[in-house]
Design a protein around this ligand. Sequence first.
Ligand code: HEC
Ligand code: HEC
Length: 453
Amino acid sequence: MKLILRPLTIFALTTLVVGCAVGSDPDADVISSSSPLASKEAACNKVPAGFTQAEWDKLLLHTPLPAVPPDTTNAVAEDPAARKLGQKLFFDPGFSGPLKVASDLGQVGDVGKVACSSCHSGPMFDDRRSIPRTVSLGADFHTRNAPALVNSSFFTWTNWGGRFAAQWELPMPVTESGVIMNGNRLAVAHRIFDVYKSAYEKVFGPLEPALGTDLARFPGAGKPKAAGAADGPWEAMAPDDQTIVNRIFVNYGKALAAYFRVLVSEDSPFDRFMAGKKEALSDEAQAGARLFVGKAKCSGCHSGPLFTGNGFHNLGVPQTGEKVPASDDGRFKDVPPLLASGMNVAGTFSDDPVSGAAKLANLTNPMPESTRGAFRTPSLRGVAVTEPYMHSGQLATLEEVVAFYDQGGGTPVSGTKAPFLQPLGLTAEEKAELVAFLGALTGKEVKAKYTSP
Ligand code: HEC
Ligand code: HEC
């Protein structure tokens, strides 16, 4: 029997069954019942044996993964032509400058060896290759470990310390960073003109023809000089020509960001279990799920469908390990360059500077002391295949991560540890259960058509 629902009833039901509909037909059981309470139970597949109602309700908050949130500061975020261009750019090592350290990528001085994909590969697009397995290695050693790009478009802030307010802000400093790609914006503009002209023009309109002919106006290489350095080719350019190059550079970032948005992985064993497939989770992982929202207090920070509340916390992760810097102030140090950037969500290159400015409104330079040594709570989807862990890859395995939390976290080198972290008193069995649960958060791999240029 189907009920005809009035809007108010629909509202009541939607409120009650939020999070329960994944994988089941929301129209079938929910709506055929006459009592909203009975409906809730049907839609949420009845609390399975071993779970209390409260545990089940908390777990429902972690599923399903919603759609990627809009980014109004990037007008081409949903443009398929921009996404296709971004996908090509992502795998192209041609935007990188000379290597400063010899590695599997090449010899010192080799150019054109580092692509975005050099540090973002594998099923979750995280760092699968840098040796040592702590910080990432491009033109030189970075100070941190490359996080997964899969599902990264869901985050409110980009990077471990929230250095960027939108993903399109990231590729420009990354391309010019001496430790990552060691490239420069003039070389990027020329390469876009030489190799990607038609794909670029389809999305962003005509490129300045002089880029192809006039090396006096547009030198082959150059970027704004470092503070205190002598003027270079960039400083000799006319301001209008600098703006032309900056615009191309930003559009390179926006095309790349359009591509990240399709790198999504959902439908993990955990999601399937919550949707009613009771065989999807082992008993051990089910016990881990209860610990996650209970005794182990993980969901206090790893909340919601992405398993992050988008907050920044100082856990006192030790600054130890090969090539790991002796200290890292995290959010405290990453916000000032975000605010100072002329290429952020509030600036002239933003497609929605008003909402961009609103997003930055609560940030200050300097940031409050409480942000010193604080890092963004990472997503836990796919975490079983993205070792090593923490901002500089300090912990090698999930077992080590769980043991770290069991001790109540570490002793911060800088800043103050989040008071929420306290010793948990987990048994060996409980630790294994938590690890089993984390292992059940790996979803389907991104579509194969997105994994190569
Ligand atoms: C040398 C290795 C390396 C290369 C090459 C590299 N990255 Fe990264 N990537 C990192 C590291 C390390 C971080 C984290 C940096 C931080 O938090 O300070 C990161 C972070 C990111 C993030 C943030 C994800 C999140 O969870 O917020 C995105 C997006 C990203 N990179 C995209 C790119 C793009 C696009 C390129 C090419 C233009 C690129 N990366 C090239 C190492 C690399
Ligand atoms: C106080 C907030 C907080 C709590 C509570 C918390 N986490 Fe975290 N988690 C974080 C932050 C922040 C990081 C990154 C820390 C860093 O790199 O310095 C992190 C990192 C991780 C990582 C590494 C992910 C990666 O990609 O490197 C895993 C795994 C993890 N947490 C699991 C858990 C589990 C399991 C629990 C419960 C036992 C838990 N967390 C409790 C905030 C928290």
